[in-house]
Design a protein around this ligand. Sequence first.
Ligand code: SIN
Ligand code: MN
Length: 254
Amino acid sequence: MLSSKQISEYRDRGYLILKNLLEKDEFVKIEKAIEDIEEMDGPEFYREKDSRKVRTIFAPEKFHDAIQELVDNEKIRGIIGQLINSEFYLFQSKLNSKASLQSGVWSWHQDFKFWREDGMLQPDALTLAIFLTDVDISNGPILAIPGSQKYGEVESFLNNPDGVHDENLKYLIKQETLAKMVDEFEPITPLLGKAGDAVIFSSNILHGSYQNMGIVDRKLLMFTFNPTHNIKEVENPRPEYMVKTDKRVLNLQS
Ligand code: SIN
Ligand code: MN
């Protein structure tokens, strides 16, 4: 469970690093499951434009029980319940990979900007990203501006109207907006850790990531949890594997 210091740190900085979230045996099981899933294919699989290496696999729990067990993991559900003070469910899940020297970028963005178009009402969702490999400054860590989740929606412009999970993001921000956020909040900070660690981050924190210039493929297994009341139906929903409609409550019974 999280300490009150960790909870305040999350509220203040918009992210929280969790050391050793997974035990060694749990980690090995997940690592093996991901290796198996990476051999598969389907509409859930998004690849890098040039190298065709896996960039994102949506809903990986559909492909392997070990991943579903993580969604049901009581330690994880307990931690998320400490940060979301209401009933919550799994809104989105994905494996985000960055192959060494053969992967692209994630430009600066706030997740809520995109998820609002999926019917999310308030920026109250959060994402747990489990590090399946060591993540250091060489292999494309998530970069974030601590505290920027407090700002609300930053100014952005429509860049690629048809961009659905495209490297060329639908909305981008200008350099002056980034500079203003760094000036108002804190310097750009890489979210680093070892395999088995994790980071939880707010759906409104300003973040992105650059290419993998290192030798280790970077892999993040990401689960986004949303309060069950924080969603409405939209006219043209994205596929179920991207935005889940099953709002099974994951809170631990108290
Ligand atoms: C990344 O995989 O580096 C970025 C993921 C995100 O923007 O949520
Ligand atoms: Mn994001």
